[in-house]
Design a protein around this ligand. Structure first.
Ligand code: FE2
Ligand code: FE2
Length: 474
């Protein structure tokens, strides 16, 4: 517990009237007018966050009295200010709960954005950033060359390396944001190349499934930036899922089973997406252009780079959890365009990677999704009204740019991993983080059955990917 947060006072004590039952609405009105921060403590994970009272209250005007998995406190400093202004009664007795919270373990408050470590990265020169990426690459290569490897060492190197690479790339793009595009590309050239090579060194071990999911979650928490935590988990899980896909499609019997699943459960789903195609013609090769084929290794690395930088357009201060109270669509939607534009104009990252930043919230064109592809599709179809997408998902860049397919394969893979991470993220304040089973049920209901957003066949695969991991951990 950081020193400045000691002696916090439970919000429930401040917002009670003398009868101890009903809420003092006068206090709330005044507190809403003030910019009052609330110290939120996760009961289970012993994590801490500061959130504006106004934001929490607008999501749920009873938030401190319901079991959301969090306890809420006013800081001593805020309390003193409110007392000074006579907003609340002075009370010199130390509340019981304030003493209890003092003994909580010393963990930094989790904050929206990139967290404290980012300050170290931000002041590094470009050469230092490149050296750091090279060091990560060499560590991974060392591990690849070893005959036997310890799972926890591999996971440690993977998590720490991903965390640093996420921050280095974000900061490097920020460094060149005011330069001319050509100068910016020149300046980021070596960094882009080194990141690409670093990612290549990862894919080998991730494909061999040398990865400890539980340990990864614990290590990720060492960073106190919510975006860094999210991007680290999504990159590692995304690449692991892609490797799982590759393994899956090499098994003919598994593909035959997937055809049966498609026929039994999802034909109508896909026909709704491609209404001009007869339902009898909805087969696996219609869902995936050229069928469910393996990802060639060069393309695999390019896509993995895209996973690493997918949220590079996120700002440091915004809460990006969809459906949370402070979710501001106009700001949040921007991260896709900002990310895509900066990757395309300021770096030489491959087109495959930049499309993932621009297309990873498309949701098959559902109104709740957002991204670049729908704009592109609209313009393209206005200019070429005869063109109708013939496939749902493609690997092929030309197919996506010529609107022959509705979605880009790696973006559909990432979408699932991204939504899953968001709803299971322990840093959620407004909603309880879901466990794995709850998340899968919710995603099937909300993102497939009620509203077609994520891809159901890839989701089937994701479910078996998670089950396989769990049974391996036992
Ligand atoms: Fe995103
Ligand atoms: Fe994301």
């Amino acid at each position: 517990m950081p020193k400045e947060y000691e002696y916090n006072v439970p919000l429930s004590k401040i917002l009670l009237q003398s009868d101890g039952k009903s809420i003092n609405t006068t206090n709330i009105g005044i507190i809403l007018e003030e910019d009052v921060p609330v110290f939120c403590k996760n009961k289970k994970a012993q994590k801490y966050r500061l959130m504006p009272f106004k934001t929490l209250y607008s999501a749920n005007n009873n938030f401190w009295r319901q079991d959301t998995g969090w306890d809420f406190f006013l800081t001593r400093e805020t309390l003193d200010k409110l007392k000074e202004k006579n907003i609340i009664e002075p009370d010199d007795s130390e509340p019981e709960d304030a003493k209890k919270i003092e003994s909580a373990p010393q963990k930094p408050a989790v904050v929206p954005g990139f967290g404290d470590d980012y300050k170290v990265i931000e002041v590094m020169s470009t050469a230092e950033k490149i050296k750091c990426l090279n060091d990560i690459k060499h560590k991974m290569e060392d591990l690849v060359s070893k005959k036997t490897r310890d799972k926890s060492t591999v996971t440690n190197v993977m998590v720490n390396g991903t965390r640093d690479a996420v921050m280095i790339n974000h900061s490097a793009i920020k460094d060149v944001s005011n330069l001319l595009d050509s100068e910016a590309k020149k300046k980021t050239q070596t960094l882009v190349y080194t990141t690409h090579e670093m990612v290549r060194s990862y894919t080998e071990l991730i494909s061999q499934n040398i990865f400890d999911d539980e340990l990864m979650k614990r290590l990720v928490e060492k960073s106190n930036g919510m975006i860094v935590q999210h991007m680290t988990r999504v990159y590692l899980n995304g690449v692991a899922f892609l490797a799982y896909y590759n393994k899956f499609v090499s098994n003919r019997a598994a593909i035959i089973n997937m055809r049966k699943t498609l026929n039994a459960k999802y034909r109508q789903y896909y026909q709704n997406l491609l209404p001009y195609i007869s339902i009898d013609d909805i087969v696996l090769e219609r869902v995936f252009q050229k069928g469910m084929i393996p990802v060639p290794s060069d393309l695999f690395v390019k896509w993995a780079v895209g996973f690493l930088i997918h949220d590079i357009g996120k700002a440091d201060t915004v809460d990006y959890h969809e459906s949370e109270a402070s979710f501001e669509p106009s700001i949040v939607y921007e991260h896709v365009k900002l990310g895509y534009n900066s990757v395309v104009s300021k770096t030489n990252y491959p087109k495959e990677a930049s499309l993932i930043t621009g297309y990873h919230h498309e949701y098959y064109g559902n109104p709740q999704g957002y991204g670049y592809f729908r704009d592109h599709l609209e313009h393209y179809q206005k200019a070429n009204p005869q063109v109708k997408p013939g496939y749902c998902i493609t690997f092929d860049l030309d197919s996506i740019l010529d609107c022959n397919a509705l979605a880009y394969f790696p973006a559909k893979i990432l979408e699932i991993v991204d939504v899953y991470d968001s709803v299971t993220d322990p840093n959620r304040v407004y909603h309880k983080a879901l466990n794995s089973e709850e998340a899968l049920v919710m995603m099937r209901d909300e993102f497939i059955i009620k509203s077609p957003k994520i891809d159901p066949i890839l989701f089937e695969l994701f479910t078996s990917f998670l089950q396989g991991r769990k049974s391996k951990a036992k």
